[in-house]
Each structure stands twice: as C-alpha cells, then as structure tokens.
Design a protein around this ligand. Structure first.
Ligand SMILES: Nc1ncnc2c1ncn2[C@@H]1O[C@H](COP(=O)(O)OP(=O)(O)OP(=O)(O)O)[C@@H](O)[C@H]1O
Ligand SMILES: [Mg+2]
Length: 350
C-alpha cells in the first residue's frame, strides 16, 4: 500500500514539474462551459473570438486569436463557414495532440488574425481514449494536450474553447488547460443546474490537482429580451444606468445567489446577449458572426441572399440592420467586459 502511494506521489511530482512550464503559457485560455445544452456556448465562442481577432487586426498585433471546439457536433466551424473546407480535419489534430503523436495544427486565418481548431467525429475517439483510462493514464493525456497547446500558445493573444454540454471527459480536458471559465446561461432551471455542474467539475480531485489556476470568470446571460431592460437617463438624455425587470432581473438575482452560495467571487456580467433567434440561426446558416451579418444586411446583395435563405430556413427571414447591429454591439460590449476583467485579474495576480 505504502509502495503504491509513493508511486502515486512520484507520478504527480513528475506531472506537476512538466506542467509548470506549460501552465505559464496557458494564462489566456478561456473556456465556455455550461453542463446544460443550448445555452449559447458555441455562438459566444464564435462571436467573442471574431471580435477579439478584429481588435488584434486593428491594433496590428503580432499575436492572433485561436478558437477551438471540444464538441463532436462541430457547430463552431459552421459558425465560421469552415465545415468541409480545406484544413477541416474533423478534430484529428486535437486527437493527435491528446495522444502525443503530433503538434496542434490549426486552420490558419479563417478570418484576419483568427485561427480555428475544428472538431468533428474524431473527438469521439478522444472521448474513447480518455474514458476507460485509469487515473494516471488520463492525466498523461491531459498533460500531453496541455504541452501541445503551450507549444503554440505564444502565437495567440487569446485561446477560446467551446465545450460540449454533456461529455465530462471533454469538459475535464478543457478544464485541465483553462485559466478562466465563462458560463453562458439561458432562462431555465436546467441552465442553472448546468452552473452547479461546473462547480462539481471544479471540485473534481484530479482537475483540482492538475490545474489549481482554473476559476470562474463570470456568468453571462444569453438570449434575454432587450425590452426587459429600461435605460435610466440623466437630464441631458444620456443613458447613465439600466434597470432590469421581469425574467431578466429575476434570473440575475438567482444566479448571483448561486455564485455566492458556491463561495465564488465571480460576477454575473452586466452585459446581456439579447434574444434574437432568427439572427443566431441565420448567422450559422451563412457561416457569419453577428457583425458580419450586420454588414451583409446593409449590402446590395442582401435581398437576393434573403430569398435564398427563405428556402433553407423555412420562410423569409425578417432581419433589419438594427437587429443585427444591436446583437453585434452586445457581443462587442461583452468582450470588453469579460476580457477586460480577465486582464484586470491577470494584473492583480502577477
Ligand atoms: N441571440 C440569440 N438569441 C436566441 N437564440 C440564439 C441567439 N444566438 C444564437 N441562438 C440560437 O441558440 C441556439 C443555441 O446556441 P448555441 O449552439 O450557441 O448553444 P450551445 O450552448 O453551444 O449548445 P450545445 O450545448 O448544443 O452545444 C442555437 O440554435 C442558436 O442558433
Ligand atoms: Mg455548442
């Protein structure tokens, strides 16, 4: 018994030593996680990385943004219109990195300053390899992936990971390399339960031992009615504050209580992503993020595109440039708040 304990200690000592160097390079890894399906994880990953890449492009940054998907569904690559495009390997590169057989090879420049590590059926093989492995074997696979990601991390300002709703093996793999967790949440009980599940994952002894740096950055309210926020203006008509009503204010209070109960100092972000299913669906169908759709709606090609979409989306889509613009503005504001907070935390802790 004693012998086996010391072998365990030796194993972890060795892992943590190798991990130390990798961890220093993984300080800007943000994962979008909620144990419940359909809470906006993929849509937010796509829009946040696109906005961050745009900022990097505008500032002439030498670093890019990497968006990665840990879900065999492969929705993230559809958001960028990359499904089946050259370089879409269905997750083969992620699989190879987990198995330690090849370095990570993202699709380069799917947008200016934005690289993509696509997912697909190959992720099921990652799950198969992680699932039956004993504790040490599993941790070796996490380590192999962490080292592969650290190997390319210097090229990136931010690395975003879109997590699957149900698969713990992939969720834990993402937690193993993450610095921050952002939890998108919609208005239903199950989505709050999903938040609780993130808490359980954080308490997982292996995750905790492997990565004591990972923490919740905040909860993001997704797909809420814009009309449930009333702007408070000063005498000159400038918006100085906003007051939320209805479901929106109720859920914010409930989420704040959930976080406090779990002992987390993380906030429910002020920025809320507004409800606009039709814009969301049109974006995925066209392989565009919100600001690209907003531009497209204003282009001379839009009437023709709209007719073509009527066939695939079952009816004419009624998108005005203001709805698309407003949603694009939500994502921009969310990026400022969320990644601004990550930078502040980084400055405090360094
Ligand atoms: N602003 C929006 N308002 C309402 N619905 C939206 C909005 N943007 C996208 N959607 C739709 O919400 C649904 C869920 O979004 P998304 O796929 O991002 O969630 P998810 O958490 O990644 O789901 P899963 O758990 O299945 O991976 C999609 O059908 C998407 O088209
Ligand atoms: Mg998804």
């Amino acid at each position: 018994m004693r012998g086996s304990r010391s072998r365990d200690e030796e194993f972890w000592e060795n892992v943590l030593e190798r991990l130390h160097a990798a961890r220093r390079k993984l300080t800007r890894v943000v994962i979008l996680l909620n144990g419940k399906g359909g809470t906006g994880k993929t849509t937010c990953t796509a829009n946040f990385s696109a906005v961050l890449a745009q900022v990097a492009t505008e500032s002439g940054s030498a670093k890019r943004v990497l968006a990665m998907e840990f879900d065999p569904q492969g929705n993230l690559k559809s958001e960028f219109g990359q499904m089946g495009k050259p370089g879409d390997d269905d997750g083969k590169s992620i699989l190879a990195a987990v198995m330690g057989t090849a370095p990570l090879a993202p699709m380069r420049e799917v947008r200016p300053h934005l690289d993509l590590l696509p997912s697909g059926e190959q992720l099921r093989r990652v799950v198969r390899n992680l699932a039956p492995a004993n504790e040490h074997e599993r941790v070796e696979l996490w380590l192999s992936f962490a080292e592969a990601l650290a190997e390319i991390a210097d090229e990136y300002e931010w690395i975003l990971v879109d997590c699957p709703p149900g698969d713990e093996a992939l969720q834990k793999l993402a937690m193993a390399v993450a610095r921050w967790i952002v939890i998108p949440t919609v208005f239903d009980k199950a989505s709050r339960y999903g938040l609780e599940q993130v808490g359980h994952l954080l308490q997982d002894p292996d995750v905790d031992r492997f990565n004591e740096d990972v923490d919740v950055l905040g909860v993001l309210m997704f797909a809420f009615e814009r009309r449930e926020a009333r702007a408070i203006k000063d005498d000159t008509g400038e918006i100085v504050d906003q007051k939320e009503v209805g479901q929106r204010s109720r859920l914010r209070r409930a989420l704040e209580e959930d976080l406090a109960r779990g002992g987390s100092p993380a906030p429910v972000f002020q920025t809320v992503i507004s409800n606009s299913r039709v814009v969301g669906e049109t974006c995925r169908e066209l392989g565009m993020v919100a600001y690209e759709l907003a531009d497209s709606v204003q282009s001379p090609q839009w009437p023709q595109l709209r007719k073509e979409l009527a066939g695939t989306l079952g009816g004419l889509v009624s998108i005005t440039d203001t709805t698309a613009e407003a949603l694009a503005a939500d994502y921009e504001q969310a990026v400022q708040e969320i990644f601004g907070r990550a930078l502040k935390e980084e400055a405090v802790n360094s």
